[in-house]
Structures are given as structure tokens and as C-alpha cells.
Design a protein around this ligand. Structure first.
Ligand SMILES: [Zn+2]
Length: 127
């Protein structure tokens, strides 16, 4: 399997409907600015309301974004975890310093990541 391209991931995010989105059962809605359906479960009636066609994902760019999320998100998550593992604190001597870049902890790299993502582990995380 090839690695996802950061440029492609960025482009897909820029092309998709602006977020945040919210899942509501099997429907996904845009929750910022003007409310809009991103993924609809609404069925358009066929002739004489016999059968019908589900609308599904409302735009092709959102479908691309959703389809690639299954590989993009794990890849981005792994990259972030790997970088954070490199930039972990060493507590001796005190105050703590970054094991990688030797700056005071949190270092610039750790701060740049945590400015965008909460990296607090779940209660049951062993990492
Ligand atoms: Zn560092």
C-alpha cells in the first residue's frame, strides 16, 4: 500500500464541504454557517412512489474526502504519534527537557502539534 500524500490529503480537505460535520444516525450534516446535509439517507420517490433512490453523499468532493479518510486519518495519527514519541520529556534534570531537541519541554515541535490536537491519553491507554 502506498503512503497517502500530504498534498492530496490537504487538497481533499480543502475541496470538501467546510466542517465541522456531525453524524446524526446515518446522516451527516454540516454544522457551521448554513446547515447542510453532507450525507443524506433521504429517499427520492421513483415513479408512483414505488421504490426510490437514496441521495447518499451530496457532493463528489465530500465522497472523495470520506472514502480516503479511512486511510488518511490512521496515517496522520501514526505520523503524529511517531513525532510525539520522538519529542517526549526527560525529567532529570528538572525542569523537563525534550529528549530529541533538548529544548525546555514542551518543545516547539510538541507545542506545534498540541496547538491543533489534544494529545491527552485516554484513561485506559497504556502508551
Ligand atoms: Zn522536541
Amino acid at each position: 500500500m502506498t503512503r497517502p500524500s500530504l498534498a492530496d490529503i490537504t487538497q481533499r480537505a480543502e475541496d470538501a464541504t467546510e466542517g465541522p460535520w456531525e453524524a446524526d444516525g446515518r446522516t451527516v450534516n454540516q454544522c457551521v454557517g448554513q446547515w447542510a446535509e453532507v450525507v443524506s439517507t433521504e429517499v427520492s420517490c421513483g415513479s408512483y412512489c414505488y421504490g426510490g433512490t437514496g441521495r447518499g453523499v451530496e457532493s463528489a468532493s465530500d465522497a472523495e474526502f470520506i472514502a480516503h479518510a479511512r486511510t488518511d486519518v490512521p496515517a496522520l495519527s501514526a505520523a503524529i504519534r511517531d513525532v510525539l514519541a520522538l519529542h517526549s520529556p526527560v525529567y532529570r534534570p528538572f525542569p523537563p527537557i525534550c529528549d530529541r531537541c533538548r529544548q525546555a519541554f514542551p518543545c516547539d515541535t510538541y507545542t506545534a502539534i498540541t496547538a491543533h490536537i489534544d494529545t491527552t491519553p485516554k484513561e485506559n491507554d497504556r502508551d
